[in-house]
Design a protein around this ligand. Structure first.
Ligand code: HEM
Length: 417
């Protein structure tokens, strides 16, 4: 699995550097060799989604499954991971020049981004099929598997959105509402559904090495509450009030169930790597934001601000990426506790600075401040994040060949793979 963690971290480094380029581009203007801001933003977000988080979670699920099921992995996992890694990396050049638009290749005009996104989606189906085979008819489904079952259910729902989006581009669709519905069904359920549940399953699998796991925590109810929340991504002009309230109420229900997980994880935090502990604090901020959405008029007002970018990065960078990076680094690099803490402090403070700058940009109408200063702060903090990712990635390469885990009795890390 080590090589897939390496590809995932490489994707993080490349996508974080692209994020830094975009951030500097917002204050200085984009350079001539990267002048399509919208397309490069798609290259950044899709590499983060497919290459960093999805590949990282798939590798972690395959890593933990044999232990949880007492079965070996089904044939085909290696090929699926190789194809997933290749197509995830290809999404970067495919989106770079025209995003979801058409690109001239010889005589033909091809929607390269949409095509590669569709192909990535087909591999999620293969992943889901292999997972289904690996966990079929288990006499007992341990907690991480119960949670991953529903993570994969949400991955499949979001695939429906990706399929719709590809169909929309290919058929030259014109309905903005339909385009928005497909886009958010894909991107939002993918993130708040698949990533969230995949990560919770991974954290419980990690904790299973140290302590007795709770026998039950919400998974099915959580997935069902998360499903309608993609509507909150759709523009308020296109969404009927009744649908907004359905989505906002489901969102509040999901937040309550996530808070249940958060409370249980927080009680076990001493066993979690430092970046995961930081991620839990940001996760609390994410949960609390569900209450703000219920505030009459807040959601409609926020759509006219930059708060969406804060909300996205609070969740994807502050929670999902901090925790994922913490687990991958702890598993693959035999760092001392001191080293882990140093990396964690630099990462956590850079993420916090960036998130505070983005939050302020979001509330700039209410708390006036020179926006350019805030954009500079966000830009410089993004450089630190790209460098920390590079540091973790190079350590991962140097310590090739081992996956570490401290045993329940606290004994020295030993090589597991
Ligand atoms: C490492 C630090 C990161 C930096 C510097 C960064 C930077 C950026 C920038 C500048 C934008 C465009 C904002 C705008 O248009 O106002 C953006 C958008 C976005 N980023 Fe990031 N980002 C980072 C991490 C992440 C991570 C970890 C993920 C996902 C796992 C992610 C996913 C997204 C998404 C989904 C969008 C919106 C794309 C769209 O609307 O088309 N970013 N990011």
């Amino acid at each position: 699995m080590k090589r897939w963690f390496t590809v995932a971290i490489f994707s993080l480094v490349l996508a974080a550097s692209t994020g830094a380029l975009l951030r500097f581009g917002m204050v200085l203007g984009m350079p001539a060799w990267a002048n399509n801001f919208g397309a490069i933003r798609h290259a950044h977000s899709h590499l983060m989604y497919f290459g960093w988080a999805t590949l990282g979670f798939m590798a972690l699920i395959w890593y933990y499954l044999p232990e949880l099921t007492s079965r070996s992995l089904p044939k085909g996992v290696g090929a699926q991971m190789a194809a997933s890694a290749l197509l995830a990396l290809l999404s970067f050049p495919a989106f770079w020049s025209n995003g979801y638009g058409l690109t001239q290749i010889g005589m033909a005009e091809l929607p390269l981004g949409a095509m590669v996104a569709g192909l990535n989606g087909i591999l999620w189906l293969i992943f889901a099929f292999l997972y289904f085979r690996a966990t079929w008819a288990l006499s007992q489904r341990p907690l991480p598997i119960q949670i991953w079952d529903w993570a994969i259910f949400l991955l499949l729902i979001s695939f429906g959105g990706a399929l719709g989006l590809v169909g929309f581009v290919v058929m030259d669709g014109e309905s903005v509402a339909l385009q928005q519905i497909f886009l958010h069904l894909f991107l939002d359920i993918f993130a708040v559904g698949w990533f969230n549940l995949a990560l919770l399953g991974v954290l419980w699998a990690w904790l299973g090495k140290y302590a007795q796991l709770p026998r039950w925590l919400p998974s099915q109810s959580l997935a069902l509450c998360i499903t309608p929340t993609f509507l909150l991504g759709v523009s308020p002009i296109l969404l009927a009030d009744a649908l907004f309230w359905v989505a906002a109420t489901a969102n509040l229900g999901a937040a309550a169930l996530l808070a249940w997980h958060l409370g249980a994880l927080w009680r076990q935090r001493v066993h979690l790597p430092p970046p995961v502990q930081f991620g839990l604090i940001i996760f609390a901020v994410h949960i609390i934001s569900a209450i703000f959405i219920m505030w009459p008029g807040f959601w409609r007002w926020s759509a006219s601000t930059q708060l969406r970018i804060f909300f996205l990065h609070n969740f994807l960078l502050g929670w999902i990426s901090s925790a994922l990076l913490g687990i991958v680094a702890a598993l693959c690099i035999g760092w001392t506790h001191r080293m882990q803490s140093i990396v964690s402090v630099i990462w956590s403070s850079s993420v916090s600075v960036m998130l505070l700058a983005l939050l302020w940009v979001g509330f700039i109408q209410l708390i006036p401040m020179n926006a350019v200063t805030l954009f500079w702060i966000a830009a410089w903090s993004s450089v630190t994040l790209a460098l920390v990712s590079l540091w973790v990635g190079s350590n991962l390469l140097i310590r090739a060949g081992s996956v570490y885990h401290v045993e329940k009795d606290g004994s020295q890390p030993g090589s597991l793979l």
